[in-house]
Unconditional design. Structure first.
Lengths: 249, 440
């Protein structure tokens, strides 16, 4: 067992999701103590024992609601120890067609993917800046690289989050604090279950997790998982708007 | 989604879902005919249901470990490979393991898997303390030898047909290292191989690779591998410094389907010749890491592709002790006469096991695989007859082609199993392509 006094800690916001669980496991495998934060955190007890049994690291659970912005400062104070790494995996896709017709639903998607994650990482950024160390990781999406008819409400919120992370990275670059933007393409998760996803460019949550840990270790800025998505999005973002607007992709 | 077992035959279009928790799972069970699927390592159609195949791999949490007894409590989707990587460094190893580590806890219970130590320790169920089963009424029942024993005994080896295995508690064995002391003994024919097994009853592990294309006086020539977990005293200084650290093996992947003609009687015969000679020259005792000893094929990812696009069928039977010699002789004669060489043929001694529906019984078991084609299917029908004539029975985790009448003839327990499925209403909810074919 590692020396707990110098053991690093990772906080995973959205620890219930498939990607969140996988990221927690990957950091634990690297020797990190894990703090899992989610709504109804108490019923993550089985995940807590799973991570701690598999990797022999301490795991704690924390109640957290990304939409409850008023309680965010108190949430950070309640952690006791300021983590070394904070990863936000929080997100909500919803159904594009329903979101278009219902402002409450679309506001919820926007707030869950942009407002909430940006605000909480912003608060951690301030504390990390004060301490002069730490890594912030935002799991955004390739959907934020260009708005498409099929998911632009979700995509626009992710675009906002991506821009926020980029700005935060710029602000903190010389303050000892690093910011990583993770942009997964298709991932086999509960969120995408039942969708027909193209096998070769669809990642498992574990691949996203490993790429995330590697990006933190190596101090990368933006990572696409799988890497082929960087190329795909490069092409998609360079299609002239006059053509793009008539395409269905 | 098109699904198949490890043999890639048959392939069935199945609706699937991957529950994350009990509530998801209970919802699926209420929806109609279902079967649970683990990591898809049974060979045939045991884990296929076109209406709903429940992928249990996201229910994969380890829940508790008792350092005193070695008891691990885990959800059904936990992989054996993960158990080893988590617990071997702490001095624990699975008490019973099948020939691949890419199986789930649920799958091991449903097939009541055996390992190379069946003659000394019995099957997986020997070390199983309790199982939580989600039954057709939507209730989860904890069962053990003392609590709801009927459900426990039918679930062990019950191929997922009593309900969904949700979680279980089972014991690991303490080991001092990740190394195995392997002894290789060549046997020039079947009788010699059986002699070696009978003389080696004290060995914890024993298994034989058998050349099923040799004929005449060398019919059934074999290499018998005995094994013991290496203790500290058995290790050279270098390994002793980190007894659980074994070399990481390079993984090879079979990148595409081999053409159907790649494995034929001549290529297999040539392979067997080389393999037997190589083994004979390496007789004696050596230290082998656990991965090489228990899971040689896991080093070749997707090895099921070497049989080509049409897939392959496994044949595994057990013949009771008093008839083993005659039965094995007859099986091997039929195989070598047909010239249908099986690439991987394994002979193993089973110890006694009392069970409601598990495969093992005291005697010898032979496992073979054949590419799927008319000639090999015909040969396997012949092997079925020989097995039954010698009082033997078949391993359902390997089967993809038995007929319902054949199974019923081989095993008087089948009618009790059917009766149990009817009386507990399990038959109304849980079924697989295999249980439909075998009318279970």
């Amino acid at each position: 067992m590692t020396d707990t006094s110098r053991q690093k800690t990772v906080l995973v916001l959205g620890g219930r999701s498939d990607i969140g669980r996988a990221i927690a496991h990957s950091f634990a495998a690297d020797g990190y103590a894990v703090a899992l934060a989610a709504r109804n955190a108490a019923n993550l007890e089985t995940d807590k024992s799973d991570i701690s049994l598999r990797h022999n690291v301490p795991v704690s659970l924390h109640e957290f609601d990304v939409l409850d912005t008023g309680k965010m400062e108190a949430f950070i104070d309640s952690l006791g120890v300021l983590p070394d790494v904070v990863v936000s995996v929080v997100g909500l896709m919803g159904e594009q067609a329903e979101n278009e017709k219902d402002t409450d639903l679309s506001a919820r998607v926007m707030r869950s993917n942009y407002e909430g994650p940006a605000l909480i990482l912003g608060l951690f950024a301030n504390r990390f800046e004060e301490r002069g160390s730490g890594t912030l990781v935002g799991v955004s999406s390739v959907a934020g690289d260009r708005g498409r008819a099929t998911n632009y409400i979700y995509g626009s919120a992710k675009a906002g989050f991506t821009a926020f992370l980029s700005g935060l990275r710029n602000r903190l670059a010389r303050k000892g604090v690093h910011v990583v933007t993770v942009k997964p393409g298709f991932v086999r998760t509960q969120m995408t279950e039942g969708m027909k996803l193209p096998g070769p460019i669809t990642a498992d949550p574990e691949e996203v997790a490993q790429a995330t840990v590697k990006a933190v270790r190596k101090g990368k800025n933006t990572v696409y998982t799988k890497p082929v998505w960087a190329l795909i999005m490069l092409i998609i973002t360079h299609i002239p708007e006059a053509i793009f607007k008539k395409m269905s992709i | 989604m098109k699904l198949s077992g490890w043999g890639r035959y048959p392939t069935v279009e199945c609706k699937t879902s991957s529950p994350r928790n009990e509530a998801d799972l209970a919802g699926l069970v209420r929806s109609g005919q279902v079967i649970a699927r683990g990591n898809g390592r049974s060979y045939g159609d045991s884990s296929l249901n076109s209406h709903m195949t429940i992928d249990m791999r996201r229910m994969s949490r380890m829940l508790a470990f008792d350092e005193a007894s070695g008891q691990l409590t885990a959800e059904a989707g936990v992989l054996l490979a993960d158990i080893i990587s988590s617990f071997l460094p702490r001095g624990w190893f699975p008490a019973v393991t099948p020939g691949t580590k890419f199986v789930t806890v649920g799958g091991m219970i449903a097939a009541d898997v055996h390992g190379k130590n069946h003659h000394s320790d019995g099957a997986f169920s020997t070390f199983l303390d309790w199982v939580d089963v989600l039954c057709s009424d939507g209730e989860i029942r904890r069962c053990s030898r003392d609590e709801t024993p009927d459900l426990f005994e039918w679930t062990v080896g019950g191929m997922g047909l009593t309900g969904i295995i949700v979680r279980a508690a089972f014991r690991l064995r303490p080991v001092e290292s990740g190394w195995i002391r392997q002894t290789t003994i060549p046997a020039e024919n079947l009788a010699a191989a059986i002699d070696i097994f009978e003389r080696s009853a004290d060995s914890t592990y024993s298994v034989a690779w058998i050349d099923c294309l040799s004929t005449g006086a060398s019919l059934g020539r074999s290499l018998v591998y005995l094994g013991e977990h290496a203790a500290h005293a058995d290790l050279p200084r270098k390994q002793l410094q980190a007894p659980f650290q074994t070399p990481r093996k390079r993984k090879l992947t079979v990148p595409l389907d081999a053409p159907g003609f790649a494995l034929n009687r001549w290529t297999v015969k040539a392979f067997n010749e080389v393999y037997y000679r190589a083994g004979r020259s390496k007789t004696g005792t050596q230290l082998v890491d656990w991965d090489t000893y228990f899971y040689p094929l896991d080093a070749i990812l997707k090895w099921n592709r070497i049989y080509g696009r049409k897939g392959f069928a496994q044949f595994q039977c057990v013949i009771p002790l008093e008839q083993s010699k005659d039965g094995m002789q007859a099986l091997l004669e039929a195989i070598s006469a047909a010239g249908q060489g099986s690439f991987l043929s394994v002979l193993k001694r089973f110890g006694a096991q009392e069970s409601r529906f598990s495969f093992p019984m005291e005697g010898y078991t032979l496992a073979l695989d054949f590419p799927v084609n008319n000639r090999s299917l015909e040969l396997m029908n012949r092997l079925d007859e020989i097995t039954i004539a010698h009082g033997g029975r078949f391993y359902l985790a390997k089967d993809s082609r038995l007929k319902a009448e054949t199974l019923a003839k081989s095993d008087t327990r089948v009618s009790d199993f059917r009766e149990m499925r009817k009386s507990t209403s399990a038959a109304e909810t849980f079924s697989s392509a295999q249980s439909d074919r075998l009318v279970l």
